[in-house]
Design a protein around this ligand. Sequence first.
Ligand code: DLZ
Length: 167
Amino acid sequence: MGTGLKGKSDLNPGELPPASDMIFGIVVSEWNKEITGALLQGATGILKSAGTPDENIIVKYVPGSFELTLGAQLMAENKDLDAIICLGCVIQGETRHFDFICQGVTYGITDLNMNYNMPFVYGVLTTDNLDQARDRAGGKHGNKGEEAALTAIRMVALQRDLENSDL
Ligand code: DLZ
């Protein structure tokens, strides 16, 4: 499976479990859309190369990364999904806004993982500047959207494995 995966991940796309019967939600933040669009492209590319059909990939947009948590929860409540991938990009500015958004979305997604019986994947870049974000959205550090999709597939496979085994 030629995914073109680059970067600092030890996940091996060649060893991915088949994902043809998995259904994924992807919530995408519209802030820094150049970056989140590239993350989305990376994520959908991986899901499709693992066999997930187009109709099993449901993409919804939220205004900013802070809204990813509620967007993901709304998807979990209203769609029959195996996992939800949250994609965002928060870039450091002159004020502490960055810290509060990062903290809010990080705790929010962590809470969702604890409170729903399904994986929510954290695909949020938190960078000092736009160049660092570009490096991680298809640049020299790979595409973190691809890594998020790989994680989603692996977590669904783990959940199925544990739910279907006797021990
Ligand atoms: C307000 C804001 C700022 C300053 N920066 C970002 C950012 O870098 N990345 C991002 O995803 N969102 C940003 N936002 C928007 C917030 O996430 C949120 O949408 C607003 O505070 C409204 O709740």
